[in-house]
Write a protein that binds this ligand. Structure first.
Ligand SMILES: C[S@@+](CC[C@H](N)C(=O)[O-])C[C@H]1O[C@@H](n2cnc3c(N)ncnc32)[C@H](O)[C@@H]1O
Length: 292
C-alpha cells in the first residue's frame, strides 16, 4: 500500500467517482481501445470499476487510476480494466433474421461462385467475437450449408477480441444453456455434446477457427490478418466514437477482397461514417460490399 498517499488512505470507503476521475479513466479507455464512454454514462464506469477498487483495497478512483497507470502490475491491470469496460453480451445465432438474410443474400451465392471457379476457399473474420458464439455460429452455418462436401473446402474463421478472458472462454468452447437460447435442439444435438459443465462444441466446428487476442485500435496488428471475403463486426463499433469507427472500418475495407462483404450489427450502420462501401439493403439487414 506504500504506493498510495496517506491522504488517499484516509478517504472514506467507496468515495464517489469525481468528474476529474471520470475524465482520466474515460480518456484512458479511449486511448487504449477506442471505446467512448459519454459523460451521461458516468454511472456505468463507476459501477463497473467499484468492485475492482474493493478487490484492490483502494479507497478512491484516483488511487485506482494511479495503480492502473503506474502500479507494479500495470500490464495485468490494463487487461482487467479493458475487460471491465467492455460489454461482452452475445449468443449463438444472435439475430437470426439478419443471419438468415446473410445466408441467402451473401453466403450461399458466394459459396456457389467459389465452387464454380474451383477455388473452394473461404476466410471469414469475426472482429470482436466476445466468448466465441459468433464464429462458432458461422462455422455451424458453413457445415449446414456444405454438408459432407465441406471436406473439400479450405475454411478459416479468424476470431478476435480485446479480452484475453473472452478468448480463453472461446477456445474452451463450453457454453451454458443461456448462450444457446436462440439455437434449435437439432443444431445442439448435431454440434454439441452435453458435459457436466455445459455444452461443448464439437471439434469439427472448432478446427477451422483461429482465436486470437487483438485490439481493433491496433491498426498494425489488423494488417497482419489474412485477406477475408467476409468481415463480421456486429455490436462492436457501437461503443466507438466516429473517428475510431472510421479507422476500424477502413481496416476492414483494406482487409476485404474486392466484392467482399462487411456485416455490422442490425442496429449499426455506416451512415455518416463513410461511403467507401456499397450498402445492400434487404428486409432484415444491410450488408456492405467492397466494390472495387
Ligand atoms: C457486445 S460484444 C459483441 C459480440 C459479437 N460480435 C456479437 O454480436 O454477439 C462486443 C465485443 O467487442 C469487444 N471489443 C470492444 N472493443 C474492442 C477493441 N478495441 N478491440 C477488440 N475487441 C473489442 C468486446 O470485448 C466484446 O467482447
Amino acid at each position: 500500500m506504500s504506493f498510495f498517499s496517506s491522504q488517499s488512505l484516509s478517504l472514506r470507503k467507496s468515495a464517489p467517482l469525481t468528474d476529474k476521475e471520470f475524465d482520466d479513466l474515460s480518456t484512458y479507455i479511449y486511448e487504449l481501445a477506442g471505446i467512448e464512454i459519454p459523460k451521461q454514462r458516468k454511472y456505468l464506469l463507476e459501477n463497473r470499476l467499484r468492485s475492482r477498487l474493493g478487490e484492490l483495497k483502494l479507497n478512491s478512483f484516483s488511487d485506482y487510476y494511479k495503480y492502473l497507470k503506474f502500479g507494479p502490475n500495470k500490464q495485468k491491470e490494463v487487461e482487467i480494466f479493458c475487460e471491465k469496460m467492455t460489454t461482452n453480451e452475445t449468443s449463438f445465432f444472435r439475430d437470426a433474421k439478419q443471419l438468415g438474410v446473410f445466408r441467402m443474400a451473401v453466403l450461399a451465392p458466394m459459396l456457389q461462385k467459389l465452387k464454380q471457379s474451383g477455388k473452394k476457399q473461404i476466410h471469414i473474420w469475426s472482429a470482436g467475437c466476445s466468448s466465441g458464439e459468433e464464429p462458432y455460429t458461422l462455422s455451424i452455418m458453413l457445415h449446414e450449408m456444405l454438408k459432407m462436401s465441406i471436406m473439400g473446402w479450405r475454411i478459416r474463421i479468424t476470431a478476435n477480441d480485446i479480452s484475453s478472458a473472452m478468448i480463453a472462454k472461446a477456445k474452451k468452447g463450453l457454453y451454458s444453456e443461456h448462450s444457446l437460447r436462440n439455437t434449435s435442439k437439432d443444431i445442439i444435438n448435431r454440434y454439441f455434446t452435453k458435459e457436466p459443465g455445459g455444452y461443448l462444441v464439437h471439434p469439427k466446428i472448432k478446427k477451422n477457427i483461429v482465436f486470437e487476442k487483438i485490439n481493433l485500435n491496433d491498426t498494425a496488428a489488423l494488417k497482419k490478418i489474412p485477406k477475408s471475403q467476409i468481415v463480421f463486426c456486429r455490436n462492436v463499433i457501437i461503443y466507438f466514437d466516429p473517428p475510431m469507427k472510421k479507422k476500424v472500418i477502413n481496416s476492414f475495407y483494406d482487409n476485404l477482397v474486392p466484392q467482399g462483404y462487411l456485416v455490422l450489427g442490425h442496429s449499426e450502420s455506416l451512415h455518416s461514417i463513410t461511403n467507401i462501401f456499397q450498402p445492400m439493403r434487404k428486409p432484415g439487414g444491410i450488408m456492405y460490399q467492397k466494390m472495387d
